[in-house]
Design a protein around this ligand. Sequence first.
Ligand code: PLP
Length: 396
Amino acid sequence: MKLSQKAQLCTLSPMRKFTPYAMAAEAAGKKIYKLNIGQPDIETPPEFFDAVRGFSQKVLAYANSQGTEVMLDAVVNYYKRIGVEYTKEDILITTGGSEALQILFLCILDEGCEVIVPEPFYSNYNTFIRAAGGVIRPLSTCPEEDYNYANREKLEALINEKTRAIAIINPQNPTGNVLTEQELRLIADVAKAHDLYLVCDEVYREFVYDSDEVQCAGKFRDVDDNVVIIDSVSKRFSACGARIGMMISRNKALMAEALKFCQGRLCTTTLEQVGAAALYSVGPEYFAKVRDEYRRRRDLCYEKLTAIPGVVCAKPMGAFYVMAKLPIDDADKFMKWMLTDFEDHGETVMCSPAAGFYATPGKGLNEIRIAYVLKEKDLARALDLLAMGIERYNNR
Ligand SMILES: Cc1ncc(COP(=O)(O)O)c(C=O)c1O
């Protein structure tokens, strides 16, 4: 029996592919500091669990395919608070931002169509775009230029008759790049001029550390048909396991197509929508506190990484990741070795090898992505282990 080309062109997630080695190391008694995945240790606000406990219906029924009324209202009100007018008709509640991306790319891509994506990018874009028959056209960025990609000439040089969309992640995973309003505007202008979708993945919207600006491309009303927002409660409220996200656009034709896929999969989870809607009642003090915590972790991470001889990285401005070029031959080999051969007092650290965050072959081979999702004390120990590991690996 045959397997599809689409499946074979996809790869395992760089965040998760070493899990079997990690499980073996843990079974053997090793403690692993996990900086490989964006799973924060920040507590989910109790509003989620209280709402779920308060669920009193006798049948756990399918929800509406578009999302529950309560959830849609919560999202509309949240956007209103950040100064962006959306109506319920502009929103589809999905199983995480992940399903929103899958549905979106199914709606806008035909076989061989291209999506311009600044690289390095969140590696699952490869899977989502490939599965929809599309191809990533990477716009390469580098730490020496703070991973900047808001450049009209560079963007336009990648556009051809097969291009359907520009997909940006803002704040960016994995580089931490954050667009200014002018930069976002510039990219919206390019999308408009070339009649392209502008996919704005804003799941880290609140996590910006060097300004108070919370950006949303939905505020540019002249590009209503181009802009599609991908959003999620996963990171915003540290509720990754709820699996609640959303696709948002004022493009009515696009939303009508997306609804077909939403109806095809019936609905997203009913009970989690009850909890997720309640999360939107947390106030600005919640975000301020979480932002401060991540800012401290970002600073610590950057300071410790740049103190390791031979490491190159740019200070992230947002999200909770940092890319680092290491003085090693191969990050895949190194990360596996860290789990199988390395330990200090029974402890090691796990990060993501970064080649999977690139579409250009050969890029990112000696880079890793670190998710600064642990408390400062644990993060400091994890980065000390990384420094020790690099030295021992190179002297082995
Ligand atoms: C940029 C980006 N988009 C989307 C997602 C998907 O998140 P979820 O499906 O949990 O909403 C992630 C998860 O890490 C991400 O980093």
